[in-house]
Design a protein around this ligand. Sequence first.
Ligand code: THU
Length: 127
Amino acid sequence: MTDDIKVLLKKAETATENAYAPYSGYKVGAALLTATGEIFTGCNVENASYGLTVCAERIAVFNAVSEGFRNFKAIAIFADGEKLPSPCGACRQVLSEFSDNLTVVFANRKTMKETDLKTLLPDTFKI
Ligand code: THU
């Protein structure tokens, strides 16, 4: 694991502290590394109308894009739970809008897995 990824994972873990997950109890944090070295974080934000829930990954991307950053190198996703997180289909599509080559790392307290967006979302739809 590179130092960049270690830092990113730690930031993702810290981001879980703000997760709002009263319905699932599954707190997730994400940390997104830009091509120029900035890090943006996000956490999942659930809603009583369940379908309005937004995942940690999308919040990290929207935070970065709304601050003017659109080129990303890596994202780390950390879950405070037994089950290892993995970006949902919607998050994969949103990530693919901004990144051709994105390292994706997911972890919980027990396990860590490193892959990339091309593997997670082949034949991406882009305009
Ligand atoms: N969740 C994320 O935030 N990211 C993932 O990678 C997996 C799922 C959230 C959505 C919901 O708040 C909770 O985890 C359970 O699905």
